[in-house]
Design a protein. Structure first.
Length: 261
């Protein structure tokens, strides 16, 4: 591991532990476009966290909408890691002071019942691997000042992964059309975001197949039991103390999270 990658990884860990945004890491890395280097920083922190007892339980897909791809000047989504201490129960409250600049996404989460470890999975391979799906809220939190300005900072920062909430009721895919299903993001009774699964790389299942191929290439194939946050149905929205947030996905139901005042 290069000194620059180690320094960037440590800067991000310190920002997370101190709940204070840090300066961008792209200056340390000497690049604004090299995703391979950005993923090397993400990998360095993954190895550090696992060595400290943090358990990897899945992945998250980011920048999967046409608008996000255009904003960052890229042609494919990105991915980050999900750890066991990022999971929140439906209806949980996030204590004040835990996050730096939290934002919210409405998603569908997938739990695999089979390994998805072939190099280029087909749609059929991917569908067969899915155990069940649930509505989900991703609470993203950038550790970097204005991380949205650069793709290297975003990827190095684990694609801003912080927490995720899974719905209480699980569903099989039978009879569900995730591409056409609508998703609503609420703050209290107000709808603050809406979209369909078509915004998620064309279909959340397409996004899952894309991720599976990437993880095989990275020598970290998706395994039975892994959770995958497939990508947001609508543009992410800011969160503030006192917010009561809910996501409702057509055919799947609803999940909720609260932010302490």
């Amino acid at each position: 591991m290069s000194t620059a990658i180690a320094q960037a990884a440590e800067r991000l860990r310190q920002a997370e532990s101190s709940v204070t945004a840090c300066e961008p890491v792209r200056g340390l890395l000497g690049t604004e476009t090299d995703l391979r280097t950005a993923y090397a920083v993400q990998r360095a922190n993954r190895e550090h966290f696992i060595s400290q007892g943090r358990r990897l339980i899945g992945r998250k897909i980011g920048t999967s909408s046409p608008a996000a791809l255009k904003m960052f000047g890229i042609t494919a989504p990105t991915y980050g890691m999900l750890y066991h201490d990022m999971v929140l129960n439906d209806g949980d409250t996030i204590p004040a002071g835990r996050l730096i600049q939290p934002r919210l996404e409405a998603e569908v989460a997938v739990v695999l019942e089979r390994d998805l470890d072939m190099p280029n999975p087909t749609l059929v391979d991917t569908l067969r691997a899915v155990g069940y799906v649930v509505p989900a809220i991703e609470v993203v939190d950038s550790r970097i000042i204005n991380t949205a300005s650069n793709i290297v900072d975003l990827v190095a920062d684990n694609v801003s992964g912080a927490f995720f909430v899974l719905g209480s009721v699980v569903r099989k895919l039978d009879g569900l059309d995730l591409r056409r299903a609508s998703g609503l993001l609420y703050r209290g009774d107000e709808v603050i975001g809406q979209g369909t699964g078509a915004a998620v790389w064309g279909n959340p299942i397409n996004a899952l197949a894309w991720l599976a191929a990437k993880q095989v290439k990275a020598e970290m194939p998706l395994r039975a039991g892994d959770v995958v946050m497939t990508g947001t149905y609508c543009p992410m929205q800011p969160a503030k103390p006192g917010d009561a947030i809910a996501v409702e996905i057509q055919g799947l139901g609803r999940c909720e999270v609260n932010f302490a005042s």
